[in-house]
Design a protein around this ligand. Structure first.
Ligand code: SF4
Length: 408
């Protein structure tokens, strides 16, 4: 192993190790957050809660799993954003791939997409899991490379369901660019871009009545930022005049990010800061960005339960049409005219996704919609807010959920 690389790796490992299980540091940060929250209240008033949006499902997992909400002072509320690609994939595309599976095409998909339910059944199947039970060929993979390897062996017509955010796009682009994709495998690119969704969510929350607090700060996704760079979030800070901190995923990372947001608020600042500096740079991975831009074009895209967000999706460029499942199987892309509200009756995922309500405010939460019997998309994926709250409601959150369900 290259010596410089080895040294860098051990530094990173050391840093992460010091972030884990570091209770003294966590206590100090919790106390710092409490005192900064008082400063913020003095500056802006104490009539409402200050909302900080954690955009990413993995951050929501860290916050919920480690009970970080229970460390927050009463005037600080952490709300989850739309950072779960499975949750926001329109029902229409699930129906299209179910159709392909039932028609004998081998469908490769990630595990959480396998259980994702559509609102309309196709020949009795409302998910890829149903399609497999009815004899369709559905295989679970963990990457496009798995799909490529399997498709080469299988030799039959096959489709890879390319769901994800900016983190998966370089892998898909690399496979196309290097000609790794066999002729029998097509890619259904459903990649979504996160900065436009963050702008949309904060805008939507700002349209609320004056009685409800706006989002006053954002914890931006660290892994996406390894690709897009810290600069991708600067428009959020500039447009809304709020601090944005690109954060890592250890509990200490998240606490530092919250403290930084409050520190900026107390000083009247609104800057984009990278806390996850051990992985993220201001410019991001420019090689990956160039590769993505050469293989994909950016399109206005539909988000489940929300509708169209401008410039928020990636589709293969025309010159790569021979890899494109849209073209091969004549799948029409959604348009603002053809998109229909696509959540099941009673499901409030569209509001959960943009932080407008908490999962416990959905009447179906744990009353019919559970991780083992999901009704809406936010209860399916490991990164879905409802699923995280249902599975990991620990510490203060467990009590909060119990109260809202009138169990306490
Ligand atoms: S609890 Fe279930 S039905 Fe309710 S918003 Fe969440 S996913 Fe939708």
């Amino acid at each position: 192993m290259d010596r410089d690389y080895e040294a860098a790796l051990s530094t990173v490992k050391g840093l992460v190790a010091s972030f884990r299980n570091n209770l003294p540091l966590a206590r100090k940060l919790a106390s710092k957050i409490r005192s900064l929250a008082l400063d913020v209240e003095k500056k802006y008033g104490g009539d409402f809660k200050y909302r900080i949006m954690d955009f990413c499902g993995t951050h929501e997992w860290t916050i919920t799993h480690f009970g970080i909400r229970s460390l927050m002072p009463p005037n600080i509320e952490l709300v989850a954003g739309p950072g779960c690609p499975v949750c926001v994939t329109p029902s229409y595309f699930i129906e299209e791939v179910v159709k392909l599976a039932l028609d004998g095409v081998v469908v490769y998909t990630y595990g959480d997409v396998y259980r994702l339910r559509s609102i309309r059944a196709v020949r009795g199947a409302s998910s890829l899991s149903d399609a497999r039970a009815l004899g369709g060929s559905v295989r679970i993979v963990t990457s496009i490379l798995d799909a490529i390897t399997s498709a080469r062996d299988v030799g039959r017509d096959a489709v890879f369901v390319g769901i994800g955010f900016e983190t998966v796009a370089p892998g898909y682009a690399h496979a196309v660019d290097r000609g790794l994709v066999p002729n029998n495998l097509k890619i259904l690119s459903l990649v979504k871009l996160t900065p436009p969704a963050m702008l949309y969510s904060i805008e939507a929350l700002r349209e609320k009545t004056a009685a409800e607090p706006p989002v006053m700060g954002v914890i931006a996704p660290g892994h996406v930022s390894t690709i897009v760079g810290g600069r991708a979030w600067a428009p959020v800070a500039e447009r809304f005049g709020i601090p944005v901190v690109v954060s890592g995923f250890e509990p200490i990372d998240v606490l530092i990010s919250i403290a930084e947001i409050l520190r900026q608020l107390s000083r009247g600042e609104a800057r984009t800061i990278i806390e996850y500096a051990r992985m993220v740079t201001w410019d991001g991975d420019q090689r990956a960005q160039g590769l993505i831009a050469s293989i994909f074009e950016t399109v206005d895209d539909a988000w489940r339960g929300i509708g169209f967000i401008p410039k928020s999706g990636l589709r293969l460029r025309d010159r790569y049409g021979r890899y494109d499942a849209f073209k091969e199987y004549d799948i029409r892309d959604l348009t603002p005219e053809s998109w229909r509200y696509d959540l099941p009756p009673g499901c409030r995922c569209g509001e959960v996704i943009i932080g407008r309500i908490k999962p416990t405010q959905c009447p179906l939460f744990m009353r019919g919609c559970t991780p083992s019997t999901p009704i809406g998309p936010c209860m399916v994926s490991m990164e879905g807010t409802c699923s995280i709250w249902a599975r990991l409601g620990v510490g203060g959150l467990a009590e909060e959920i119990a109260k809202e369900l009138e169990l306490l």
